[in-house]
Design a binder for this molecule. Structure first.
Ligand code: FAD
Ligand code: DLZ
Ligand code: SF4
Length: 520
């Protein structure tokens, strides 16, 4: 390392692409006269997985808009663009380069959303020769040390109990110590099938401005070969537009969010979902504000309790919980494969070329929008991966690549934990395994499918049916002692041997054809 020049003073405040938040902890106590904010577009963050081009465009455009908003407030921003000639293309390289140039007295950052970035950040001090302060990410309701304290000594970490604590702590939907309506959870009311002819409001689309158009051209040139369409980019990239997305949800979709939260329909990518995860996860929207707006709609009589409770639970419950789980169990979590699944991810996860109408619909929609709603992720692509025994590393990578809201802290516990049950039952006490009957109940996909959802054996049978029983059979010993899985295991064990054989043969034939790359 070269001999150090004297420090010019001030702090170098690093803002990552998913930290586009005015109130970011790294920006607390910022002194515009002395400090500089560093934001760097780097190839390494665009390619550590081959993100959907819409995700890259979203993050880079949000970064450019955020930098401009900081500058408008008189903040000095050292902004490194992807096509800058001197770009080192790593976060560490850019931090070191900025530190060498600006000679700050300190580097201040907010903890990142991924383990690999935290590991990198921990090396910045030595690499740059400047003290680095890593602050808590205060954009979450629950600090990581609070989550660790909650988890300490507990044999199982169920989301439901964590969620109740978050309700008490935030006061959301609480009357003193009592939950609004007398119950904590109204999920049982949120599993309705979509009736035919229902009017689904189209979500707002945010037309690209000049900054986004520049980014789109850059992304098309550099990452156009990644999975996913860049055309029709319409995600919010500023706090203002993220607020408009939230407004639209609260007034037009929240009232029906609960009833049809789990429904799926051909040609309907978003139904009554909020579409705010991309904005929440890169810092354009405050999760508590979203919850408070939903509660206000309920208190004003504009949205029913089942919808509002369901929405709030996703945010202060699931979202905070999966983050806590991720940081509690990393780095070991990323290698867990509790069900010993090793099958290669089939090509139709990328091409959508399958005779299974449900998978085709979800993959095609994901390619187009970088979005699928929760039940599509969990019960179609996730459920298939679980039943077919797909390798969790490959499935994890697929989910990281294809969704515009994907960051490891939220993607991994949902994929490895909730969908694949690979995390040694930390997130879920039982796997979300389901046959075609579930998909048929919650969607209209089966009506347009080459397979018959009512059949379980033979070449015309819905693959999910035989795969479901094959999954139960493969793991019968493992699940027999699990009270929540004992019933299907008993049913399997009592099934006539000929029926068992036919189901397992159908599953084996299907998987062999899939592995061979035949049309399935
Ligand atoms: P809505 O259905 O309107 O829900 C409102 C908000 O609640 C969401 O914006 C989100 O912030 C939060 N939320 C809902 N469910 C969850 C959940 N299970 N975990 C965490 N937050 C939740 N979400 C991501 O943000 N990034 C991911 O990479 C991601 N990967 C997933 C992978 C799998 C296998 C599964 C099953 C789920 C995953 N989810 C992920 C959770 C969920 O599917 C998305 O948050 C949701 O679909 C985003 O769409 P929305 O904003 O319209 O959500
Ligand atoms: C996702 C992403 C992308 C595509 N590009 C950048 C980038 O160029 N610069 C940056 O600072 N951050 C980027 N990000 C977000 C980071 O990957 C994110 O901060 C980490 O994944 C931690 O959550
Ligand atoms: Fe999916 Fe089976 Fe229904 Fe076809 S029949 S859409 S494969 S669940």
């Amino acid at each position: 390392m070269s001999a150090r020049r004297p420090r010019a003073g001030g702090a170098l405040r690093v803002v990552l692409g998913d930290q586009c938040t005015a109130g970011l902890s790294a920006l607390d106590d910022l002194d515009p006269a002395a400090d500089t904010v560093l934001m760097a577009e780097v190839q390494a963050e665009c390619t550590y997985v081959r993100h959907h081009p819409k995700k890259i465009a979203l993050v880079l455009s949000a970064m450019r808009h955020f930098a401009r908003a900081l500058e408008a407030r008189g903040v000095r921003v050292a902004y490194v663009r992807l096509d800058d000639a001197d770009n080192t293309h790593t976060l560490r390289g850019e931090v070191v380069r900025a530190a060498n140039r600006l000679r700050p007295a300190a580097i201040v950052a907010t903890e990142p959303g991924e383990w690999r970035v935290l590991e990198d950040m921990r090396g910045w001090q030595d690499a740059a020769g400047v003290p680095v302060e890593i602050r808590d990410d205060t954009r979450f309701v629950c600090r990581l040390r609070e989550f660790r304290a909650w988890a300490r000594g507990k044999r199982s970490l169920r989301m439901e109990f964590f969620y109740r604590d978050m309700r008490r702590r935030t006061g959301l939907l609480m009357n003193g110590d009592t939950p609004e309506g007398g119950r904590w959870n109204y999920d049982a009311e949120n599993r309705k099938r979509l009736p035919p002819g229902i009017d689904v409001p189209a979500p707002p689309a945010f037309a690209p401005d000049a900054i986004t158009r520049d980014v789109l051209a850059l992304v098309a040139a550099r990452f156009g070969d990644h999975f996913g369409d860049l055309d029709g980019f319409a995600w919010p990239v500023t706090a203002r537009d993220a607020g408009r997305m939230l407004d639209d949800f609260i007034t037009r979709r929240l009232p029906s969010f609960g009833d049809w939260q789990d429904a799926m329909a051909t040609g309907e990518a978003t139904l009554f979902h909020s579409l705010i995860s991309t904005s929440l996860n890169c810092g354009l929207l405050d999760p508590l504000e979203a919850c408070r707006r939903a509660e206000a709609a309920y208190r004003a009589g504009d949205a029913p309790l089942n919808a509002v409770e369901g929405f709030i639970r996703q945010i202060i419950g699931w979202r905070e919980y999966v983050r806590g789980i991720y940081w509690l169990h990393m780095p070991d979590y990323a290698t867990r494969n509790g069900l010993d699944a090793t099958r290669r991810l089939p090509d139709f996860y990328w091409t959508g070329e399958t005779r299974m109408a449900c998978l085709r619909a979800v993959v095609d929609q994901t390619r187009a929008h970088a979005y699928a709603h929760h039940i599509q992720r969990l019960m179609v692509t996730g459920n298939f991966a679980l039943l077919a025994g797909l390798d969790p590393d490959q499935v994890d990578e697929w989910y990281m690549i294809v969704f515009a809201d994907a960051y490891e802290w939220v993607e991994m516990p949902n994929t490895r934990g909730m969908a694949l049950h690979a995390d040694h039952a930390v997130v879920g006490s039982k796997p979300y395994a389901a046959s075609g009957a579930y998909i048929n109940r919650m969607s209209d996909y089966c009506a347009g499918c080459a397979y018959d959802v009512r059949q379980s054996t033979g070449p015309a049978a819905c693959p999910f049916n035989a795969l479901y029983w094959d999954f139960i059979a493969r793991h019968a010993d493992r699940f027999a002692g699990n009270p929540r899985m004992a019933m299907p295991v008993r049913t399997w064990r009592r099934m006539a041997a000929a029926k068992q054989r036919a189901l397992r043969e159908r599953a084996a034939d299907f998987l062999a054809a899939m592995d061979a790359g035949d049309a399935v």
